[in-house]
Design a protein around this ligand. Structure first.
Ligand SMILES: [Zn+2]
Length: 324
């Protein structure tokens, strides 16, 4: 599975000679280097927890505190005589801006998209794919909610236009933080278009700009990017760009006031939407709660397990129990 990071056990590999004798000394990243991202994301979660402490959202601070504090992995066979870790149990806070939960959610969404998109390709072999990025001017963070609502309404108008070429679409919302502190909300869209798009129904970049401008009811030309997936290439290669984080971690932890306002502004806003043919295939992506542990989470009853606990001061997970 192409991915930018390990999915916490799914792809980890333990060499057969690894020694797990002194459990107190062993860190998760020692045992399974590919599970290193856990340390990074959990350390970001500590910072976010600190932002929420003493704010209107102090209860979120408690929830994040206990999020993924303990991780239980099963040891499962891998290729040859190697074994690998597979996450079996963990408690997640499920808050939108929790760096751990956001990471898990993104991994699970990507895994589902990698599984489902080949089926769409198979069912629509002559169709083509476009990657469309829609933006508008940056907005003060205090106006983010209003801006996103306007963009959602505009997108609804765009897909209803007669010339809109897609028979199916997947849209994700991303918000980045500009240098001036303004929010830069934008949509990444994967569009499934019939072959005729590259003939008589072709829409040039400048025409896309005009369509989005009209749908957004703007008095300026918005920045917009549209790219076609090469013929013979797969839409799966766009998945990392499409289903990345709603707000990247470095923006989450850069400024406490900005982050608290972001939480206020994005409360219950949906970040993933689907339509047309893709709706049935990818419906699960819009549904909560997502499966943040992974497939076949229970495992075999006689499976060996490893348990790791988060050590705040060290910013690492260390083994706290080892049993067979
Ligand atoms: Zn969490």
């Amino acid at each position: 599975m192409p991915d930018d990071e390990s999915s916490g056990g799914v792809a980890s590999s333990i060499p057969p000679d690894s020694s797990i004798s002194n459990s107190e000394q062993v860190t998760l990243s020692d045992v399974s280097p590919q599970d290193k991202p856990w340390d990074k994301h959990r350390a970001f979660a500590d910072r976010v927890e600190g932002f929420y402490a003493g704010s209107d959202f102090h209860r979120y601070s408690d929830r994040i505190h206990y999020c993924s504090e303990l991780l239980q992995f099963g040891i499962v066979p891998d290729v040859g005589d190697r074994s690998k870790l597979k996450l079996r149990a963990a408690r997640f806070c499920r808050l939108r801006h929790c760096p751990v939960c956001q990471w898990r959610r993104s991994l699970m969404w990507k895994a589902k998209a990698y599984k489902v998109l080949p089926k769409v390709v198979e069912a629509h072999p002559t169709h083509r794919w476009l990657f469309l990025t829609l933006t508008q001017k940056n907005a003060p963070i205090e106006r983010l909610r209003e801006t996103l609502s306007e963009m959602n309404r505009a997108f609804g108008r765009l897909v209803k236009l007669k010339v809109f070429p897609a028979e199916g679409w997947l849209r994700s919302t991303e918000v980045t933080k500009g240098r001036d502190g303004n929010a830069h909300p934008h949509f990444h869209c994967l569009l499934l278009v019939p072959r005729s798009y590259f003939g008589r129904n072709y829409i040039k970049q400048s025409e896309w700009v005009a369509l989005w401008r009209k749908s957004m009811r703007l008095d300026y030309d918005p920045v917009l990017d549209v790219q076609a997936v090469r013929e013979g290439s797969q839409p799966m290669e766009l998945v990392p760009e499409l289903l990345k984080y709603c707000v990247k971690e470095s923006d989450l932890v850069s400024d406490r006031e900005w982050f608290l306002e972001l939480t206020r502004q994005m409360h219950k806003m949906r970040c993933i939407a689907t339509g047309g043919i893709l709706k049935q295939y990818l419906k699960e992506l819009e549904e909560e709660p997502e499966d943040l542990i992974g497939e076949n989470a229970t495992g075999e009853t006689d499976e060996a397990k490893l348990c790791f606990g988060w050590k705040r001061k060290e910013k690492r997970y260390r083994m706290i129990d080892y049993q067979i």
